[in-house]
Design a protein around this ligand. Structure first.
Ligand SMILES: Cc1ncc(COP(=O)(O)O)c(C=O)c1O
Length: 429
């Protein structure tokens, strides 16, 4: 075995039995790519819901803001308040919805709310008046997602009613794209057209829409246009994109999931391993036991299917993944000892296991893999000493065809917490 690998991965480690490494430099790099794709004057609302898809929302949000992200999107009021109490002062939008009881706290902390209905508008008006505050809302137009949002034909009425409201301020208008193929799908074209019609009608009626946004990661990387003045990526900032969308290879994965060997056992041929004895050693071999299981983010579906990196090599998971343990056939790896680092997601030497590969092997989507990294797994941030500021020239990683001609020159105009207006970027249809 390469002695450098041995030093790096076979040395006993003095750390947790399982940990998730969160690479803040990779996040900064991905934000640079996102910014260059979004183009001049288009602000980034980074979606950090579900604890930033399992990566740890507070650290991700803080570093993203240091890198010039203008606002944050979350799923629930608790997520928004967690970020506020961690000191984040940028606009935070609850992309989903709130329940009645949450409204006063949300208003007191200046959190923006996705608005879907007249009833909610009336409640916000009452509560904001009672508290002597302004509620800030983004009207969500349901152009095809079908779960939340006002239908396009009612959107203008809702916009008008917000305009008449004394205590509710229109901070934005949004829709959400349902297709996993982004701009390549005819449904997306239809959704974008319906959204554009709502925006045009509102503007013709003299309504100032605030921030206007529809593009998630897939939309952004598949060339959705126009992007208006804000984009709403989540997973791309974490270094993951569906394989069908070009550009994922330019992104750097933010998350690695690692553990260490806690037990090594030599077993004769025929020995069963794990619940249900679903695997029996076909020959004499050695089993490494890793102290993490499906409660920590190793999908049960990787039982007898996935691999783990040990000493820079792929070793097969054998037997069923259990709640706390995963067993690996390491018969082919020489010199392994207790304490060796195991990588379930991430790089070891030249070898790598990506989130997308794990998802494919487990029969699920990448989002579910990172969101499933369990509560008892400490998130350890690495890097982050040098945030990438919006004024820095983006890396030349994007295919030229997908970069707007002005993007490189004008990212310097983007201010850290507010998108600078630019005629080109606000090319509303
Ligand atoms: C309303 C909304 N916008 C944006 C996003 C970000 O999506 P993605 O992570 O695919 O970029 C999400 C995530 O599900 C969302 O619900």
């Amino acid at each position: 075995m390469d002695p450098r690998l041995a030093e790096e991965y076979l040395a006993p480690v003095d750390t947790a039995r399982v940990w998730a490494e969160v690479d803040l430099d990779a996040l900064a790099h991905n934000l640079t790519i996102i910014r260059s794709r979004a183009g001049a004057g288009v602000g980034i609302m980074l979606v950090v819901k579900a604890d930033a898809y399992g990566h740890g929302a507070v650290a991700i949000a803080h570093h993203a803001v240091r890198c010039g992200v203008a606002s944050l999107g979350v799923g629930t009021s608790c997520e928004a308040l967690e970020l506020r109490s961690a000191g984040l002062r940028v606009p935070i939008l609850i992309l989903g919805t709130v329940v009645d009881e949450e409204v006063p706290r949300v208003l007191r902390h200046g959190v923006e709310i996705g608005l879907h209905s007249f009833d909610r508008l009336h409640q916000l008006e009452r509560e904001a008046r009672r508290l002597g505050l302004q509620a800030r809302v983004h009207i969500n137009v349901d152009t095809g997602m079908g779960r939340l949002g006002v239908l396009p034909e009612r959107a203008l009425d809702l916009l008008q009613e917000v305009r008449r409201s004394e205590h509710v301020h229109l901070a934005g208008v949004m829709t959400h794209i349902s297709s996993l193929a982004g701009n390549a799908s005819p449904e997306t074209t239809l959704q974008a057209k319906q959204f554009a019609d709502v925006i045009t009608t509102a503007q013709e009626a003299g309504i100032h829409c605030g921030r206007i946004h529809l593009a998630n990661s897939t939309g952004l990387f598949s060339g959705l246009c126009p992007l208006y003045d804000t984009v709403r990526p989540g997973i791309a900032a974490l270094g993951v994109l569906p394989e069908t969308i070009p550009g994922g290879e330019d992104l750097h994965p933010v998350l690695s999931l690692r553990s260490q060997v806690v037990f090594l056992k030599d077993i004769p041929a025929g020995t069963p391993v794990g619940y249900g004895s679903t695997w029996r050693a076909p020959r004499q071999t050695r089993i490494a036991t890793l102290p993490l299981g499906y409660n920590d983010g190793v999908p049960w579906n990787l039982s007898n299917r996935g691999t783990v990196l040990l000493a820079g090599q792929h070793a097969p998971i054998v037997g069923c993944v259990s709640m706390d343990y995963t067993t690996v056939d390491v018969g082919a790896i020489e010199g392994l000892c207790v304490g060796a680092v195991a990588t379930l997601i991430g790089k070891q030497g030249a070898a790598q296991i990506t989130v997308a590969e794990v998802a494919r092997a487990a029969g699920t989507i990448p989002y579910e893999i990172t969101c499933s990294v369990g509560k008892r797994v400490p998130r350890i941030c690495v890097g982050g000493e040098s945030p990438t500021l919006p004024s820095q020239v983006p890396t030349p990683a994007c295919p030229p065809a997908l970069v707007t001609p002005t993007a490189r020159a004008v990212t310097a105009m983007e201010r850290p917490s507010e998108p600078a207006p630019s005629k080109g970027a606000r090319a509303h249809p």
